[in-house]
Write a protein that binds this ligand. Structure first.
Ligand SMILES: [Zn+2]
Length: 169
């Protein structure tokens, strides 16, 4: 058996496995001690990580209970299967995770050119604040403000205007 063949579970000759709950189920051999099920043949009670996540569950440290295999025999695709009854609820977002996201958002408001927290998210297309971008284009900052004062469809222009009002206050 080549290294490539042993790295993935692949459908083997038909056999059966006794499941954790006593049911005897047809499977396509074993891989790493766990039964291999062809797509559509996995027993109820087993689910992929994606299926668990759809029900707000996670494997929760349990061992792989089986393999789901589909696709052509020479290039099989496969996924881990876990027991639903051993799955744990997905952890709610912790305060630390939330703070990390806020820090990330704050960082996107920090202009790398002038180093100020501009109070709006720096457009990725510009890579710097509107003032710096205008200066880089050779415009005066005032000309950008006049543009924003009109009925500009550009939401960034409107936000830029607020930013300057906040600065003036
Ligand atoms: Zn700037």
């Amino acid at each position: 058996m080549s290294a490539r063949a042993s790295s993935n579970p692949r459908p083997a000759r038909g056999s059966a496995v006794r499941l954790w709950d006593g049911r005897v189920w047809p499977c396509a051999g074993r891989y790493a001690g766990a039964p291999v099920f062809r797509y559509g043949w996995a027993p109820s009670g087993l689910a992929t990580v994606r299926q668990l996540a759809a029900d707000r569950l996670r494997p929760g440290g349990q061992d792989v209970a089986g393999w789901l295999v589909w696709g052509p025999a020479n290039r099989p695709r496969w996924a881990y299967l876990f027991r639903r009854d051993l799955a744990a609820p997905k952890r709610p977002m912790t305060a630390a995770m939330r703070a990390g996201i806020e820090r990330c958002n704050a960082a996107q408001q920090l202009c790398p050119t002038c180093g100020t927290d501009v109070g709006y998210r720096i457009p990725r297309s510009l890579g710097e604040c509107w003032d710096c971008a205008a200066i880089a284009r050779g415009e005066s900052v005032e000309s950008v403000d006049q543009h924003a004062a009109g009925d500009s469809p550009d939401p960034w222009a409107a936000e830029h205007q607020h930013h300057h009002r906040a600065d003036a206050a």
